[in-house]
Unconditional design. Structure first.
Lengths: 116, 115
């Protein structure tokens, strides 16, 4: 069975602070994909990153960075110098993707509020 | 990335009526489509998976007679909420995947309110 845990339900930070969103996943498969999505108040899901299980390199994209640690089954997301526009719900997700039937399993989400 | 269009974005219907939601892949052929439901302040829960031309596979606890899914072509899937009740009010999101791609692309979502 696959599972994604995001222990932080809600986080509030002051603008310009750095913030890390935690994600811990469970799967018995050796080949899998991890994702982060952003859901602003409008509701649509915004794709942020996809990482496969064989690529443990950390990634940086502007103010966003991701730390993938297979040893701890974690895929944490850090926003540097947060901005009000970063306020949203962030979902970590996991997919085994053996076949096109395989579904994306979402974590419970972390609601981030960036206060001006 | 690929574009998935979902329509309508918002719909209000009376209790007891049926509502159809469309999900279209605009620039790729979606061999598989997924339908999710999201209640307020909760995560996305998968309702069903459908492959073009086949019957949908429903997740445990999802009533297939109430949530009718049709995936008649490689670019269109529909979700029909039959005899809707207020408890069916939710945010419904579709996603689509083509066989050679490792990620699913999501529609904008449909906010259904049953009054």
């Amino acid at each position: 069975a696959q599972k994604v845990t995001q222990a932080q339900t809600e986080i509030s930070v002051v603008e310009k602070e750095d913030v890390t969103l935690d994600c811990v996943y469970e799967t018995r498969d050796t080949t899998y994909y991890l994702f982060w999505y952003k859901q602003p108040p409008s509701g649509e899901l915004v794709f942020l990153i996809r990482r496969n299980s064989f690529d443990e390199q950390n990634e940086i994209s502007g103010r966003y960075s991701w730390n993938f640690q297979k040893s701890t089954s974690s895929f944490n997301f850090t926003i540097t110098a947060s901005q009000v526009v970063d306020s949203a719900v962030y979902f970590c997700a996991l997919s085994v993707l053996k076949t096109s039937y395989d579904k994306v399993i979402f974590g419970p989400g972390t609601s981030l509020s960036v206060i001006p | 990335g690929a574009v998935v269009s979902q329509h309508p974005s918002r719909v209000i219907c009376k209790s007891g009526t049926s509502v159809k939601i469309e999900c279209r892949s605009l620039d790729f052929q979606a061999t598989t489509m997924f339908w999710y439901r999201q209640f307020p302040k909760q995560s996305l829960m998968l309702m069903a998976t459908s492959n073009e031309g086949s019957k949908a596979t429903y997740e445990q606890g999802v009533e297939k007679d109430k949530f009718l899914i049709n995936h008649a072509s490689l670019t269109l899937s529909t979700l029909t909420v039959t005899s809707a009740h207020p408890e069916d009010s939710s945010f419904y999101i579709c996603s689509a995947r083509t066989g050679g791609v490792t990620e699913a692309f999501f529609g904008q979502g449909t906010r259904l309110t049953v009054v």
